[in-house]
Design a protein around this ligand. Structure first.
Ligand SMILES: CC(C)(COP(=O)(O)OP(=O)(O)OC[C@H]1O[C@@H](n2cnc3c(N)ncnc32)[C@H](O)[C@@H]1OP(=O)(O)O)[C@@H](O)C(=O)NCCC(=O)NCCS
Length: 189
């Protein structure tokens, strides 16, 4: 099935369908990077639908025929996995997933465009951080994020779930009353 795709904010009622989408996305699109045990361990230990983001109205989904086929969100709260101290003005992007049946149609890019713009305009962010899965890396590189460091989530089984911390500097949109830089003038002398 293809479009029309509708972008909207997630509600708590969407949580079960979103969790199912996240599992299907990982199973279908991350298998080249993670073993079945790593994927199972990840979903057993990590809640991918953050109720704070849903309550804040900052978790978005794209639906088709009443079901979510892509999702992702942003927050100005320090994420659970990050060090306590976070630079002011830092937004974090969380839980970006696309259903394998709808991959490479620009859905994650559309979600990222929305949540990055909201992080800048509503969150007043000047920097956006995220923790990329290895399967998410090509998306974030394409969107201008740069790798900062390798990270690992230690699973209860003792296995490690590798990921990559990434960041991007962002700027607010130019307004008509933005400070004016004096133009260079050719010297009359
Ligand atoms: C990562 C993921 C969200 C991308 O979703 P998507 O809707 O297919 O991505 P888009 O179609 O918007 O891709 C945008 C751009 O990202 C890059 N990209 C995305 N997936 C890619 C892949 N598998 N290989 C190479 N480049 C890729 C491309 O530059 C693409 O543009 P193009 O299609 O014009 O070449 C999806 O593959 C997924 O859900 N993966 C499993 C879960 C996961 O790892 N999520 C990331 C959590 S941090």
């Amino acid at each position: 099935m293809s479009g029309p795709y509708t972008l909207c904010k997630a509600t708590l009622a969407d949580a079960p369908a979103l969790r199912a989408l996240h599992r299907v996305a990982f199973a279908g699109l991350a298998g080249a990077h993670y073993t079945a045990d790593q994927i199972e361990g990840f979903f057993t230990e990590v809640e991918t639908v953050d109720p704070d983001l849903v309550a804040d109205g900052t978790y978005w989904l794209i639906e088709l025929g009443g079901l979510p086929v892509a999702s992702g969100g942003w927050t100005m709260r320090p994420p659970g996995y990050a060090p306590a101290a976070q630079a002011p003005g830092t937004a974090t992007i969380l839980a970006v997933f696309t259903d394998p049946g709808h991959a490479r149609r620009g859905l994650a890019r559309r979600i990222m465009d929305r949540i990055e713009a909201d992080a800048v305009v509503l969150g007043q962010a000047d920097r956006i951080d995220l923790c990329a899965t290895l399967s998410g890396l090509p998306l974030y590189l394409a969107l201008g994020y740069r790798p900062v460091e390798a990270r690992s989530l230690k699973l209860a089984s003792g296995a490690y779930f590798p990921a990559i911390a990434m960041t991007k500097t962002v700027w607010p949109p130019f307004e008509a009353d933005s400070p004016v830089i004096p133009a260079f003038r050719a010297s009359a002398a």
